[in-house]
Design a protein around this ligand. Structure first.
Ligand SMILES: [Zn+2]
Length: 210
């Protein structure tokens, strides 16, 4: 029987965001308990909030924007690779991880998984890809990379990693709750909101395990 795991973060006012981001403001502007005809809410937030995709345009001028990302890359068979006790995921770590040839969608499950949901203050020492890891992924022909933090890249290589991946049209999915996802084969579904012209968008994402 197929098991569905929701790997999406809740979105709420005051949630953890990237340093410098204004944060999330989700509020009801019409309240039935105050006599309104219905409840109605508005949201203001960065497009890189919670579980979200990075489109190439995030780091590549004139790159693809969110509404142009192909669903047949965002959804389909994937491979979850586990990295315990590793902060910088580079070529050497990926090479040893047993990722099958032909993998199109790669999900990275790191030590971030145990802290992402409960983190209230941003911490710099999260696990991520370094530039050699990004180049390995591009060389393997992988088309989508997911990770369990708000960035796919270690903090000091944000630019080079994003440019290497997004420059090769690799779709990035950040902020995945991977704690309950086992390593190995799965099916991944990620549906970003179709924000026209945007460099990123919040998304609902799930993993299915046979
Ligand atoms: Zn992002």
């Amino acid at each position: 029987m197929t098991r569905i795991i929701d790997v999406s973060m809740d979105v709420f006012s005051g949630m953890l965001v990237w340093p410098g981001d204004d944060g999330v403001d989700l509020r009801r502007t019409q309240k039935m308990e105050e006599g309104a005809h219905n409840n109605y809410s508005r949201i203001a937030c960065g497009v890189h909030t919670g579980t979200h995709v990075d489109a190439p345009r995030h780091f590549i001028a004139g790159g693809k924007s969110v509404e142009a990302l192909p669903l047949d890359v965002l959804c389909g068979p994937a491979w979850t690779a586990g990295f315990t006790g590793i902060r910088r995921i580079g070529e050497a770590q990926l090479e040893k991880a047993g990722i099958p040839a032909g993998t199109r969608r790669l999900l990275l499950k790191t030590d971030n998984s145990t802290v992402l949901e409960s983190m209230t203050e941003f911490q710099d020492d999260y696990a991520g890809l370094d530039e050699s890891g990004a180049q390995w992924i591009v060389g393997r022909g992988i088309q989508l990379v997911g990770i369990d933090f708000l960035s796919v890249a270690v903090r000091d290589q944000t630019g080079p990693v994003h440019r290497a991946l997004l420059g090769a049209d690799v779709i990035l999915v950040e902020g995945l709750l991977m704690e309950h996802v086992p390593s190995g084969a799965c099916r991944f579904t990620c549906l970003p909101v179709k924000l026209r012209g945007s460099d990123g968008a919040p998304a609902r994402a799930m993993v299915e395990i046979e």
